[in-house]
Design a binder for this molecule. Sequence first.
Ligand SMILES: [Zn+2]
Length: 213
Amino acid sequence: MRKYVIMGVQGSGKGTQSELLCADLGLVHISVGDIFRWHVQNHTKLGAQVRRTMKAGELVGDDLVESVVRQRLDQHDWNFGFIIDGFPRNGRQAEFFMESYDIDGVVHLELPDAEVRRRVLSRRLCPGCGMDYNLIADRPEQEGRCDICGTQLVVREDDTPEALAARLRDYHEKTRPVLELFRRKEVVYDIDARASADEVQKEIRKALHLPTS
Ligand SMILES: [Zn+2]
């Protein structure tokens, strides 16, 4: 059984790397963001709570995140292990999590803020069909137009330099104590996330002593 935590700033490729890791190792990818999105889309009680919180411009509280993660892990559908993304959120949760689940490793994707800005600020969205684009990696064939439906692409509302700077500050502030605690337990693997997705995956597997597919 393999149990990992993956940490990294927005744009560091956490989702992609988690999926690649899960693909042939039979791990379950537990993404707190995805769980919340699912609840919002399916109009559950929890979804309504999350929606209210975000509408008020607040972050979902650490305790709510913790109970959602507990519920998810209690399903015990992770026979080969899991990789969790979006948790733990503070030192206390990290301590508890380490002890109760005996975590094998923390993958820390490192990306300089300047590169985060470059990646995130080049994102575009099609308001017509919801397709995502990126002017660095997935350019539309015709500039500024969706390949699928032809609608004019837009920048996401929260992808302004100011909003991103605030998110980065918040990320570093929240992540520091969690990373420090994991570092003291000597379970952190720092991975340079500037390389291509395939190369980053190779480095992760090397660090965790996993077979390279
Ligand atoms: Zn479109």
